[in-house]
Design a protein around this ligand. Structure first.
Ligand code: ZN
Length: 76
């Protein structure tokens, strides 16, 4: 996991989990050249598998816990 092919762009609200369609917080670049997107839930679920096939994993799940308290909602 030391090879960085290209500078990764941040994930946006338009990036959706390949499994459930929720907003994606992980981008997985495969050694085969493909790319997968996962929400935090599925990212965690498939992490052991992904690590076997990924050239790079961009993990932005930190953003889930770093949400500004602007709405007052305590959503998880
Ligand atoms: Zn998902």
């Amino acid at each position: 996991m030391t090879t960085v092919l290209t500078p990764a762009s941040p994930l946006t609200a338009a990036d959706r989990c390949d499994r459930c369609g929720a907003q994606a917080y992980l981008r997985v670049v495969l050694t085969s050249g493909g790319e997968l997107l996962f929400c935090a839930h599925h990212g965690r679920k498939f992490e052991p598998e992904l690590k076997k096939i990924a050239a790079e994993i961009q993990d932005e799940t930190d953003r889930l816990t770093a949400v500004p308290a602007s709405t007052g909602e305590d959503e998880r």
